[in-house]
Design a protein around this ligand. Structure first.
Ligand SMILES: Nc1ncnc2c1ncn2[C@@H]1O[C@H](COP(=O)(O)OP(=O)(O)OP(=O)(O)O)[C@@H](O)[C@H]1O
Length: 258
């Protein structure tokens, strides 16, 4: 574990109001480099909204966000991408008629698929790109399917390709929003292994509803409730935290092992 590694990303008292509704009521958290940091909480707790704030998809109503020593609070998402923040794409944003390798090449080339198709966007060196694509193929375990159209992959494979698309931009921090949703048991194990393996070279911020996975792969867990941080700590401590158990109204947090 790297719970003493330097802080890569920090939210300081971040607020987000949708009209009069405070979706985030002052959230602070510190994400350490080369860790898996999970954000959990009941539906509507503000997890996705927090992701929007950290990645720059939406603007904050208050507070500050620091990334890699820089104040990025007012920077749009594409600027933060250039700094090394990647968010995994949804399955719907894969190019289904293109091969797995071609999808990754687009990710490596332009950081995001739509940018990659922009003829004015300067591509990185072809050889560097090829090396990145081959490394990502191996990382996400899709080498044998490299020439298969993305549309022919199973759901689990497509979800790994999404993670691969984000990885091919060579990010420092990668944001994964429920990467295991809709997965069967075999795919779950593979995704778990993949996420665990990412922290060697990346920092992972994860929203995940499957508590067994969260407890198994996280270095740090932040629990949100009603737009605020309810608790934060090691998986073991979070699992046994009474406030967290109450927030989940039952034993969901323990994965049924209470
Ligand atoms: N664009 C919006 N306009 C108004 N309210 C919003 C908007 N987006 C989110 N909300 C509200 O903000 C609160 C937090 O939503 P958010 O999606 O961040 O929660 P979440 O923890 O990610 O939930 P889930 O686990 O269900 O995805 C919810 O009450 C939601 O209804």
């Amino acid at each position: 574990m790297n719970t003493k590694s330097p802080i890569l990303l920090e939210a300081i008292d971040v607020e987000k109001h949708y009209g009069k509704f405070p979706a985030l009521g002052g959230v602070s958290l510190q994400v350490r480099a080369n860790t898996v940091h999970s954000v959990i909480g009941p539906n509507g707790a503000g997890k996705t909204t927090l992701f929007h704030m950290l990645t720059g998809t939406k603007t904050v109503s208050g507070g500050r966000i620091l990334f890699d020593g820089q104040d990025v609070t007012d920077e749009p998402d594409y600027r933060r991408v250039q700094r090394g923040i990647a968010r995994s794409f949804q399955v719907t944003s894969l190019f289904l008629t293109l091969s797995v390798r071609e999808n990754l090449r687009l990710g490596a080339q332009g950081v995001a698929p739509m940018h990659a198709l922009n003829p004015w966007h300067e591509p990185v060196g072809a050889r560097a790109q090829k090396e990145v694509v081959e490394a990502v193929l191996a990382k996400v375990g899709l080498e044998s399917l490299a020439d298969t159209p993305a549309g022919n992959l199973s759901h689990g494979q497509q979800r790994r390709l999404e993670v691969g698309m984000a990885l091919s931009a060579r990010p420092k921090a990668i944001f994964l929003d429920e990467p295991t949703s809709g997965m069967g048991i075999d795919d779950l194990e593979e995704m778990k292994r993949l996420i665990k393996s990412l922290r060697d070279q990346h920092t992972v911020v994860l929203i995940e509803h499957n508590m067994n996975i969260v407890m198994d792969i996280s270095d740090t867990v932040t629990v949100m409730q009603m737009g605020r941080v309810l608790a934060e700590g090691l998986p073991h401590d979070i699992r046994s935290d009474d406030r967290v158990r109450t927030a989940y109204l039952g034993n969901m947090i323990t994965g049924g092992k209470a």
